[in-house]
Design a binder for this molecule. Structure first.
Ligand code: ADP
Ligand code: MG
Length: 595
């Protein structure tokens, strides 16, 4: 976010630009605004969410054609003419149609992973483009003309200078909405899509829904751009809604700075101006005409992508002062807590759990229980199957055979999100944090299920009360695990041991009744281990059940109430720490047969 002064300067410049600039430059600015809207959707979808779409131009087309059809008087059959005529009806209908189409396409294609998703978007991008050209009532390849101008408060926006304000108000509103969304509970869920899906699901985030949400928002921004375009040009044909324009939109988002809201405006500006310059100057320089600008443009794009992988916005932000990030520890009324189960009540029970990976039996007939108010340790040599067991009980993976009960309910068939909702929270052996997000925000993802405000309140920032309470809870847990000093640092800058500790804070934000910790002490220094043990004892005292996988025998023995030992996927011993420590089978397996 640029500093207030720069932002104010930019807004003043935007405001006076059409009064100072020539007709030609106003037109250019209008187009930059229209492209910015689409690119902004792609920043959210591709830059932040990691979902690449080549098909956005088709949504622009949907917006443009819907309003073109509905607002040109002659095109409607008699009974429908009563509804048509107004561009505002066209906007509403366009948004509804785009939402419906995007929902269907999203549900069909967003499940695709890897390069199948971009290919899917190319497929429907092309289909919609040809649909526009082949439907007679849309004017075929000739298109539709006679689209009325917009009027606003009785003023007809026939002139590009007036229309300019309409476009840029829409752009700034979209920037504001997107910015708000990303800075919210829903926004953290969206930011977890790129590289944190397994973690986010374990924290109760419905990642499939988050994907659909950003796909819809991107499509709706594109639709609005198309609606504005149709009433600016007052003529539409299929050409600007084809695949190559879809690729250009993607360029704008990526070149501008894929994950930065303002990068969309920068990218749209840079690419539009660059293309214009090349078109004007190259023929003069080369003394010949032809589409040389596209070739030079392509080479320049490769150069930018090579040199500035994160786009131009991060380079620009180094030059202009940024608004200082808020560094106050958030404080707000505490969130409501779940009732604590009675000490001794069985929380988790695994019955004859078998997990096979092809021919490998990673868990064989595993039985274990964890009660409220106890620390149960699961130990065993590397590769014994402890993490697999964790994944089976937490729903990250599903057991091949057997049954898992949590709080008396069979959860074998539930996914990790559903199990999280029941009050189980976990950490991961291979740390799963979002490295560019702050320690505080990472912890706050754990509190996802303790908030309920959805996307719309987030976009309008009507959820500030709940958000403050979520962040305050995250701050309390970060402080509790001893990471207060680093609260506003990016999680990726912490040492590995601290990252593990942060995972515990995140799990605690969920207010769990059962905590699963996969090797939490690995990488911690002696004093840090002591502090961790102290924290776990305190949590046990509060009635939480803790299932602990650990390598460090000393750490486990001083802490655990009961121990289960695994080897080659099977349980070889179970009991009090002292008993287990003396068990010959355990000594044989774990310590290589030392007496
Ligand atoms: P531990 O956590 O006790 O070190 P794991 O549960 O990670 O052990 O692994 C148990 C065994 O299962 C290992 O042999 C490991 O290679 C195998 N394994 C774990 N996850 C997978 C997987 N997703 N696919 C195939 N094999 C796996
Ligand atoms: Mg493991």
């Amino acid at each position: 976010m640029p500093s207030r002064l720069w932002l104010a300067g930019f807004l003043v410049l935007l405001l006076v630009a059409p009064r100072l600039a020539s007709e030609f430059h106003v037109t250019l600015l209008n187009y930059i605004g229209l492209y910015s809207l689409v690119a902004l959707g792609l920043v959210l979808l591709t830059g932040v969410g990691g979902l690449t779409s080549f098909g956005q131009a088709a949504f622009v087309g949907l917006g443009a054609y819907t309003t073109a059809y509905l607002s040109t008087a002659g095109s409607l059959p008699g009974w429908a003419a009563a509804f048509g005529g107004s561009p505002w009806v066209g906007l509403l209908a366009g948004l509804l149609l785009t939402a419906a189409v995007a929902l269907v396409l999203g549900l069909l294609t967003l499940r695709l992973s890897g390069h199948y998703l971009p290919l899917g978007t190319i497929a429907w991008g092309i289909s919609l483009y040809f649909l526009f050209g082949n439907l007679d009532f849309l004017g075929g390849h000739t298109g539709m003309s006679g689209i009325p101008a917009l009027s606003l408060f009785g003023v007809e926006l026939k002139d590009g200078r007036n229309f300019y304000y309409m476009i840029w108000t829409a752009v700034l509103a979209a920037v504001w909405l997107t910015h708000n969304l990303l800075d919210s509970r829903e926004g953290r869920a969206i930011r977890a899509l790129k590289g944190g899906v397994v973690m986010a699901e374990s924290m109760g985030v419905d990642t499939a829904r988050s994907k659909v949400v950003i796909f819809l928002i991107a499509a709706l921004f594109a639709c609005i751009s198309g609606w504005l375009y149709a009433h600016l040009q007052r003529f539409v044909n299929p050409t600007p809604f084809g695949l190559h324009i879809g690729i250009e939109y993607l360029f704008m988002a990526v070149v501008g700075g894929a994950a930065h809201v303002w990068g969309a405006l920068l990218g749209a500006g840079v690419i539009t101006v660059l293309k214009q310059w090349l078109q004007d100057w190259l023929p003069k320089l080369l003394g010949a005409s032809g589409n040389f600008e596209m070739i030079v443009f392509g080479v320049m794009m490769i150069f930018v992508l090579q040199r500035a992988r994160d786009g131009l916005w991060p380079i620009l932000t180094r030059l202009i002062p940024q608004r200082r990030k808020q560094r106050e520890v958030p404080q707000a009324e505490a969130l409501p807590k779940k009732s604590v189960p009675q000490a001794g009540q069985v929380l988790l029970e695994a019955r004859n759990v078998v997990k096979r990976f092809g021919g490998l039996v990673a868990n064989n007939n595993m039985n274990l229980t964890v009660k409220a108010g106890e620390i149960m340790a699961l130990i065993g040599p590397n590769g014994a199957g402890k993490s697999t067991m964790f994944n089976c009980v937490s729903g990250v993976d599903s057991a091949t055979e057997g049954e898992v009960l949590f709080c008396g309910q069979v959860v074998t068939q539930l996914n990790s999100r559903q199990i999280a909702r029941l009050g189980m929270s976990r950490t991961f052996q291979h740390v799963r944090l979002l490295p560019t997000m702050s320690v505080l925000e990472n912890a706050a993802i754990g509190g996802h299920l303790r908030g309920s405000k959805g996307v719309l309140p987030a976009m309008l920032h009507l959820e500030r009360g709940e958000e403050a309470r979520l962040l305050a809870e995250a701050a309390r847990q970060v402080e509790r695990v001893g990471l207060k000093e680093s609260m506003f640092e990016p999680a990726g800058s912490l040492a590995l041991g601290q990252q593990r500790t942060l995972e515990i804070a995140r799990a605690l934000c969920a207010d769990p009744s059962l905590l699963l910790l996969d090797e939490p002490a690995a990488g911690l220094r002696y004093l840090e281990k002591q502090a961790l043990a102290e924290l776990l004892r305190k949590l046990r005292g509060e009635g939480m059940g803790i299932l602990l996988v650990e390598h460090d025998m000393d750490f486990v023995m001083g802490l655990a109430d009961r121990v289960v030992v695994m080897e080659f996927g099977e349980k070889i011993a179970e009991g009090l720490p002292d008993e287990v420590q003396r068990d010959p089978a355990v000594l044989e397996a774990y310590l290589g047969g030392v007496d």
